[in-house]
Design a protein around this ligand. Structure first.
Ligand code: KIV
Ligand code: ZN
Length: 506
């Protein structure tokens, strides 16, 4: 079911051009190694992206080598390199063996006069010469009029007509500083499409949060390719986000792309990990909360039928995500009962009412209700869960740290009735301790999904509260909390509590 759609886009094929490795890497603070870039390129290939901008080879020897390495990786996607309308830039791109050269020049008066200091005629000639040069060398060519959305419209169309005559393969319309609005983008692309017959691509920045909306408007008006980045990375506020743009095209317009949407979340997590740019939980599609429900009305609804409080045209499975019912002060009885039943607990009505009351008390104090909180509340109310059911009982934790030794932790614990002892290093004392717990539980595979440390009171003797979320190999996620004056102990206790809950769910 697609609502209020634009019929002309149903089944229309849109090409996805990803610039995570070029504009995305220009995100302030982001710098990727060769190997990381190759990993991302491989993931984009798996995802089904049509073409990637692998870098700006002229910017450094390292960049050139990395573009060449991606070209040589034998991926299915096409590889493009960025070049100014300058022969040496274009030659450097061609040397890398790219399938397409993306050449660009500033066309708006503000950039033209203040940065490159060229007249309109000079810019026009430089653009035509660059396109001819690229085509003479047998590569595909994309031309960008940088700052197109702030360029005089007649001049802009004239330059696009000129590059078309020079046999350019595709033109790109960049909203370089993210200032256009969707209705104006629709008009602009419509006007360009009346004058130019080669394919139109758009590159939208997100300064006003409109990059995806503007990209979709451009497609409505006739653009057949969109430039995106994973997690919306890019200069300043970033570029149009891949997940939002692609899912908008698929789910809201019924358009087609080559993207295998089930890899969208996996791709976002990889880029998040490698770039260290964390996505907020509320990030559409890929954020931790994108398919999470807490309020009673919503959780009851989705437990009966998921599209009551989800778009329906987009499910978590489509994008490789998971639906989550979160307990908290808005939690409804249905969700709490289901969560307890999942762990094999069947409270009667009276017990359930008491459990609900305690959960809401925790929420009213501004705290998140973890699974461990829920089970220990249920335990005290129902009185039927014995401590001896805990799979792991912590006995001893010690950590050595300082500026001359690698932080090393030793942990002794009873695991399923047997004593185990392990030692491991880490980048810091907390990391070393958590690595040690993980190593002594060798057979139980789990991933750390969430880790937050909060100081409850001020001062160096403050109590530390650690919240940890872990996920097992079946995708079950549980969270737990622990409080201690010792930050390492709080972390280890929270991890052990979370793992014990996971075991109970099993
Ligand atoms: O934002 C922009 O204009 C660019 C160009 C290089 C296309 O990134
Ligand atoms: Zn850009």
């Amino acid at each position: 079911m697609v609502f209020y759609t634009i019929e002309s886009l149903r089944n229309k094929k849109i090409s996805i051009f990803d610039t995570t490795l070029r504009d995305g890497e220009q995100t302030p603070g982001v710098s990727l190694t060769f190997d990381e870039k190759l990993l991302i390129a491989r993931q984009l290939d798996k995802l089904g992206v049509d073409i990637i901008e692998a870098g700006f080879p002229m910017s450094s020897e390292g960049e050139k080598a990395s573009v060449r390495k991606i070209v040589d990786a034998g991926l299915n996607l096409k590889v493009c390199g960025l070049a100014r309308v300058i022969k040496s830039d274009i030659d450097t791109c061609l040397d890398c063996g790219v399938d397409m050269v993306h050449t660009f020049v500033s066309t708006s008066d503000v950039q033209r006069i203040s940065t490159i200091k060229k007249s309109r005629d000079e810019v026009y000639s430089m653009a035509i010469d660059a396109v001819e040069y690229i085509k003479d060398h047998g590569a595909k060519c994309m031309f960008s009029a940088m700052d197109a959305t702030r360029t005089d419209a007649d001049y802009l169309i004239n330059i696009y007509k000129g590059v078309e005559s020079a046999h350019c393969d595709i033109i790109n319309v960049p909203d370089t500083v993210g200032v256009i609005v969707p209705s104006a983008m629709y008009k602009l692309i419509g006007e360009i499409a009346k004058n130019v017959k080669i394919p139109i691509d758009v590159h939208c920045h997100n300064d006003f949060g409109l990059a995806v909306a503007n990209s979709l408007s451009a497609v409505e008006a006739g653009a057949s390719q969109v430039q995106v980045t994973v997690n919306g990375l890019g200069e300043r506020a970033g570029n149009a986000d891949l997940a939002e743009t692609v899912m908008g095209l698929h789910a809201l317009y019924g358009a087609k792309t080559n993207i295998k949407t089930k890899y969208i979340v996996e791709t976002s997590h990889l880029v998040e990990r490698l770039t260290e740019v964390r996505m907020p939980p509320t990030m559409p599609i890929v954020g931790d909360n994108a398919f999470a429900h807490e309020s009673g009305i919503h959780t009851h609804g989705v437990l009966v039928r998921s599209d009551t409080f989800e778009p329906g045209v987009m499910t978590p499975e489509m994008v490789g995500h998971k639906r989550r019912i979160v307990l908290g002060k808005h939690a409804g009885k249905h969700a709490v009962k289901q969560s307890l039943e999942f762990a094999g607990l069947q409270p009667d009505d009276e017990q359930l009412n008491e459990i609900m009351k305690r959960i809401k008390d925790i929420g009213d104090k501004g705290k998140r209700v973890t699974d461990a909180d829920l089970y220990s509340i249920a335990e005290s109310i129902m009185g039927n869960i014995s401590k001896s059911e805990q799979a792991i009982v912590l006995k001893e934790v010690s950590v050595m740290t300082g500026n001359i030794i690698t932080p090393t932790a030793t942990v002794k614990a009873i695991v399923n009735g047997q004593e185990r002892l392990g030692a491991h290093i880490g980048v810091g004392p907390v990391d070393a301790a958590l690595n040690t717990v993980t190593s002594i539980l060798g057979e139980y595979k789990f991933k750390l999904r969430d880790f937050r440390i909060e100081a409850i009171s001020g001062g160096s003797d403050a109590l530390a509260e650690v919240l940890i979320g872990v996920e097992d190999e079946k995708g079950r996620i549980v969270s737990a909390r622990a409080t201690n004056e010792d930050i390492v102990m709080a972390s280890v206790e929270a991890l052990v509590a979370a793992i014990n809950q996971l075991m109970r769910k099993r």
